[in-house]
Design a protein around this ligand. Structure first.
Ligand code: GLN
Length: 221
């Protein structure tokens, strides 16, 4: 099949696209800005960007994309960043009273704007399992980020990055507290509560392409 990729409804999709275009992979990635079910059909993998999760869901609804997206998530790799991570979660607190549509697919419970308004945004170096040059910290950019409240115990989730206790916006004693989790994988799905598209460091995009979307083609040599 074609080696197409990527997503756009609202939010930071252009930034994701340029990160993907600069990757050096065995297969050239073609990026598609997804605005319709037909666009989605062309994709081998999808990124749901950061932005405003309520708006993204509304635009997806208006574009007839909710059901196609849910169906896509059943079959193919999806990466949600920040607002995208909220949409992929099983449940989200902190949504408006009339609610917000979620797509689901990843077995986590999340809180929108979970660090509160006093910490609108912050930056923290992250140690990430499985990135190229793992000793080099990855610059995590958090903007009104969601906070992981819990993982479904029976789900097979791999936590790949946590915030170090001294970098947390609020003190948390227990190092295993789910709120320290900022990146995780469940099967071929990837969830990050920060914005990898807002830094020049493209290692997270490389990770998604190599390990989640094209693992058989891109096995490291
Ligand atoms: N707070 C936003 C939301 O709830 C997410 C913020 C972001 O994507 N930077 O959707």
């Amino acid at each position: 099949g074609p080696t197409l990729f990527s997503a756009a409804l609202q939010g930071a999709f252009a930034e994701h696209q340029s990160r993907l275009q600069n990757l050096r992979l065995k297969r050239q990635i073609v990026t598609v800005l997804v605005k319709s079910p037909e666009d989605l059909e062309k994709c081998d993998g999808l990124i749901i960007p950061g932005g405003e999760s309520t708006t993204i869901a509304l635009v997806a609804r208006r574009s007839g994309l909710i059901d196609p997206l849910k169906e896509f998530i059943q079959r193919k790799p999806v990466w949600g960043t920040c607002a995208g991570a909220i949409l992929l979660s099983r449940s989200a607190t902190g949504t408006k009273k009339d609610g917000q549509e979620l797509l689901g697919g990843v077995s986590v419970d999340i809180a929108r704007n979970g660090w509160g308004t006093q910490v609108e945004s912050f930056e923290a170096p992250l140690k990430v399992e499985g990135l190229t040059d793992p000793a080099v910290p990855y610059p995590g950019i958090f903007i009104r980020a969601p906070v992981v409240l819990g993982l479904v115990p029976e789900a097979s989730i791999q936590v790949i990055a946590r915030l170090a206790p001294n970098l947390l916006p609020e003190p948390i004693e227990d190092a295993d507290d789910p709120r320290t989790i900022v990146a995780l994988r469940e099967g071929h799905h990837l969830l990050t509560t920060f914005h990898p598209e807002l830094t020049r460091d493209a290692r997270f995009h490389e990770y998604f392409a190599r390990k989640c979307v094209f693992p058989s083609v891109e096995r490291s040599t």
